[in-house]
Structures are given as C-alpha cells and as structure tokens.
Design a protein around this ligand. Structure first.
Ligand SMILES: [Zn+2]
Length: 65
C-alpha cells in the first residue's frame, strides 16, 4: 500500500480514497498546516521589506510649500 508522511506530524498516512485528509493524517493536522501558512509562520526570517510598501511610507515626494 502506498503511504505518505503527514506534512505536519510525520505520521505515515495510507494513500487511499477513504483517507480524506491526505496527505495529512487527520483534519487537525491539515488545519494546523493551513493555519500556519495563514499566520505566515512559514515565512523565511529576514524577508526583505516590500519595496512598494517602503516607497509609500516615505510620504509624498514633493511637499506643498
Ligand atoms: Zn498528522
């Protein structure tokens, strides 16, 4: 039987049609993994600041005088 490892906890999961949460072992692991992505905790530390956001925070280029 083909098995995969749950991306969240590493438990072996049988790759069968009745395993509805594959490749996760259970609903909980799937939700945890999706939640982690939503939280951006998978984001690489030291991500450069978005240049667009940085440009906008500098304010208008020419001030009215
Ligand atoms: Zn799991």
């Amino acid at each position: 039987m083909t098995t995969v490892r749950c991306p969240n906890c590493g438990k072996e999961v049988p790759w069968t049609p009745d395993q509805k949460w594959r490749p996760f072992c259970c609903e909980r692991c799937k939700l945890i993994d999706l939640g982690a992505w939503a939280d951006e905790s998978h984001r690489i530390p030291g991500d450069p600041v978005d240049p667009w956001e940085q440009a906008n925070s500098e304010g208008p280029p020419d001030k009215p005088n």
